[in-house]
Unconditional design. Structure first.
Length: 271
């Protein structure tokens, strides 16, 4: 049986298990006959072996790849794309940023989530949409479980702290939340409501150039982990359950809002 102790007490335990035998041996030789003090001294010297019965608990925080500050400041919104508005073939969503270099940062972060790949067979990237009320939706984009990274972090911690270490892993992951109001858009509603009926969702990153959306890379991500859920069915304790829909109005600075409106006008004229 192991005795579990917080790692912050490890030095104290080691000191006590060294000092106590020394003091005990000294006391034994001073107060007991030699015939008794020698066996007692041998017995006491094995006390440090008790240290092997202790399991020291370490808290390890595993950080998923995180965004740059520019990604938080210069995100403009999203746009749905599809090859066919009737069948929704090739349905995808594009996260739009103001500048190309910010889109590059976002693309690299998503690629890091998926271990450098664009095809996400292991569900390392999650995209979920929560159906709210009156044609509104909350969408969330975040790293999946990425179990390989967590196992690697735990193994590294055990290697560093020894075989008696008990690792308590905590995971911190960044997420993007989008709020959609599609009450006046049948086409956008059709896009989001098509999620349960497709096998693969395309995800890409774009930026704005001359009022038009430009894809940062032709190689968008192909997701397997995406969903559409009613608010009442969202499991407790998830990212989705902790964040409800918030009106997107007033979220952008006036100069960025004007840019979004220009982009939307161009999108409508090209549809």
């Amino acid at each position: 049986m192991k005795i579990e102790i917080n790692s912050k007490y490890k030095k104290l335990v080691k000191v006590l298990l060294v000092v106590f035998p020394i003091l005990s041996i000294a006391t034994a030789f001073l107060s007991l006959p030699l015939v008794l003090s020698l066996p007692l001294a041998v017995l006491i010297t094995i006390i440090p072996l008790i240290l092997d019965r202790f399991a020291f608990r370490y808290k390890v925080l595993h950080l998923m790849p995180m965004p740059t500050n520019d990604m938080l400041v210069h995100r403009l919104g999203t746009s749905w794309v599809t090859n066919n508005t009737e069948t929704m073939e090739g349905l995808g969503i594009v996260v739009i940023f103001k500048y190309k270099h910010v889109a590059k940062d976002a693309y690299n972060m998503l690629k890091a989530w998926n271990y450098g790949k664009v095809i996400d067979l292991s569900e390392n990237i999650s995209f979920s949409v929560v159906r709210e009320q009156g044609g509104t939706y909350s969408a969330f984009l975040y790293a999946g479980d990425r179990l390989d990274s967590i196992k690697a972090s735990e193994a590294l911690a055990k290697d560093r702290h020894g075989s008696n270490a008990k690792i308590a892993m905590s995971v911190a992951k960044f997420y993007m939340q989008f709020s959609f109001d599609y009450s006046d858009s049948d086409l956008k509603t059709k896009c989001v409501e098509s999620l349960p009926h497709i096998d693969e969702l395309y995800l890409n990153v774009g930026y704005v150039r001359d009022g038009e959306i430009v894809m940062y890379s032709k190689r968008g991500f192909r997701l397997k982990n995406f969903s559409l859920t009613d608010r009442v069915d969202v499991p407790d304790g998830t990212i989705e359950s902790l964040n409800e829909w918030v009106s997107p109005e007033g979220k952008l600075a006036p100069i960025n809002q004007a840019l979004v409106e220009e982009v939307n006008r161009n999108l409508e004229s090209n549809t």
